[in-house]
Structures are given as C-alpha cells and as structure tokens.
Design a protein around this ligand. Structure first.
Ligand SMILES: Nc1ncnc2c1ncn2[C@@H]1O[C@H](COP(=O)(O)OP(=O)(O)O)[C@@H](O)[C@H]1O
Ligand SMILES: [Mg+2]
Length: 302
C-alpha cells in the first residue's frame, strides 16, 4: 500500500512493532470494512495519526472510514462520540473498538476552520462549536482528565533529570504552578473535546460547523480553550502581531464563553508547555511553536 512516509513514521514512532504490524494489515482492514458495511473506500484524506478516508455505501451515502491502531485513546474517541450522538460533532454510525475502526457521517463541504483567515471570526466559530459540545460528565467513566494529562509534566522532569531540557525553565515552572492552582479549582466537570483546533472543526450541512476527532476527556469546560490557543502551528506563528492576536483571542473567549480571562490565559500557558513536552515525547522535536505560544500568553498573566 502506498502510504505517505511521514504517516508511516508517525505510526511507528508511536506504536513500534504494533504499528508496523497494523500498517502491514491495513489493506486487509480496509477490505474487511468494505465488506462489513457494504461500501467502497476512496483515497484517504491527508494522514496524520489515523487512516481516514471517504467512502461510498452501496446506496450512494457518503461516509468516512477512520482506522487506527486499537488503543485506549481510539476507544475513548468512540465512547465520547457515542455519548455526543451527533450534537455539535460528527455522528458515529458504527464502530469496533477491538479492531480500531469507525464508520462516520461524512461532513460536507468539510472545509476545515483553518481556511477562515480572520482569526477573530474563527475564534468565535470555535466558541460556538465548543459551547454546543459540553455536556455533564457521565457519573461513571474511564475518560482521561486534565489531571491525568498533567502527569506529563512529571515525565518531562524525569526525562531531563529534574531539569527542563530544551524547554525554557521559567515557563515550565510557571506551567507547573498553574497546573497546581487550576486543577484544584476546576468548575463542575463536563465531557469536553480535548483537542478542539483549526483542523478538527469542519464546515458541514446540518450545522454550519461541526467538530470531529475528539479525545473525549472529563474536565471543566474552560480547559477546552488550550488546544485552540496554541494552534494553528505553522505560518501563523510567524505573524508579527501575535501578542495582539492572542490578546484578542482571550477577550473573545471570555466574552463568548463567560470564562475568567486569567483562567483562559492560565490554561493556555499550562497546556502549551505540556503540548511542547508531548512533541518531544512523541517525536523528539517540534516543540518550538508551543513554547512561543506559552511565552506570549504568559505576558498576559497577572
Ligand atoms: N467525517 C468526516 N467528514 C469529512 N472529512 C473528515 C471526516 N473525518 C475526517 N475528515 C478529514 O480527515 C482529516 C483527519 O481526520 P481526523 O479524524 O482529524 O484524524 P486524526 O485523528 O488522524 O487527526 C480531518 O482533518 C478532515 O479533513
Ligand atoms: Mg485531527
């Protein structure tokens, strides 16, 4: 199967031998899905962490296949999608957690929010999608939480023998104290997306914009702003007016969602540093923009 090199690399970096085996099996998995759901799979979208491809069912319905190495994260995505049942997010039509396969509603036109150039407009759209998503956390659940994710900060210290490696020491320290403070003072926990950014919100038909690709975590809704603030990685971070852009984002999020400004900034800084660590942990590189985000946002801390 002719898969992009970067995609293979990512899967092998993350899953080692299990990833290699999954990559070898992928043609069989796709053929099984085609038989099971009576569909024809089309060439995939741009691939990052999972094999995601449009497909057409025998009756002409357009759907999407999402296939990944079976693991807890993918299972949480399925469980969360089932709870959302299409409200504010793509509908899960069927799935098999043990095989790491999902059949999803196809969002059309499916233009990602990254194509909205006006950052203020995009931020307002983010806020409207986020608001639709949050719902009370299930009484019993196995979802990750902001606290379980924050354990990453301890792995960071361990990896660098108590230091901070290539990451700016003062920002890591700030993130650590923010985590201590914010985790302890969370509002009522909700089921939240956990990775709501510019490529995970698409233009759709039944709503103007819908989310997809949730982590599915249980935490206070304000936590959700973190993934928005540190994205989009890429050219955006070369903008000369970034401090002003971040200041406007924080103001819009406070206005649209009713969160305290300092909490928005605090989660933004803390999660940007954690995300920088995840880049090191998963890929050994690619942490610079998250740290740039942490630095600019930290200027807004009182
Ligand atoms: N249901 C869908 N409808 C339309 N496009 C989709 C759908 N699901 C995924 N895509 C496209 O595929 C891309 C990757 O899917 P995503 O679920 O984000 O996978 P990953 O977990 O690898 O990030 C999305 O950014 C989007 O462009
Ligand atoms: Mg995605």
């Amino acid at each position: 199967m002719n898969l992009p090199h970067d995609f293979r690399r990512t899967i092998i970096d993350l899953f080692n031998d299990r990833g290699r085996e999954w990559l070898d099996n992928l043609p069989t998995i796709i053929a099984d899905c085609e038989r099971r759901w009576n569909l024809t799979a089309l060439p995939p979208f741009d691939l990052t962490y999972n094999y995601v491809a449009p497909a057409v069912r025998a009756d002409g319905t357009e759907v999407v296949l999402k296939l990944g190495v079976p693991d807890g994260a993918l299972t949480d995505e399925m469980t969360a999608l089932r709870l959302w049942d299409g409200h504010g997010i793509v509908q899960l039509l069927d799935c098999d957690p043990d095989r790491g396969i999902m059949l999803l509603e196809r969002l059309t036109p499916g233009r990602p929010l990254i194509t909205i150039e006006d950052d203020e407009e995009a931020t307002r759209i983010f806020a409207s999608v986020a608001r639709q998503l949050w719902r009370p956390a299930p009484a019993v659940h196995n979802f990750d939480t902001p606290g379980s994710w924050a354990e990453g900060m301890k792995r960071l210290r361990k990896r660098f023998d108590g230091g901070t490696g290539p990451l700016q020491k003062n920002l890591v320290e700030t993130a650590e104290s923010l985590y201590a403070e914010l985790l302890d003072s969370q509002s009522e926990p909700a089921l939240i997306h956990g990775d709501l950014h510019h490529w995970n919100i698409l233009s759709a038909g039944r709503e103007p914009w819908l989310a997809l690709d949730p982590k599915g975590i249980v935490g206070e809704p304000c936590y959700e702003v973190g993934a928005w603030l540190r994205n989009p990685v890429g050219a955006f971070f070369a903008r000369p007016d970034l401090p002003r852009v971040f200041d406007r984002r924080v103001a819009i999020l406070a206005e649209e969602l009713g969160f305290d400004r300092q909490r928005i900034v605090g989660w933004g800084v803390a999660q940007a540093v954690l995300s920088a660590w995840w880049s090191i942990e998963d890929h050994g590189e690619g942490w610079e923009e998250s740290m740039q985000c942490a630095e600019i946002l930290s200027e807004l801390l009182r």
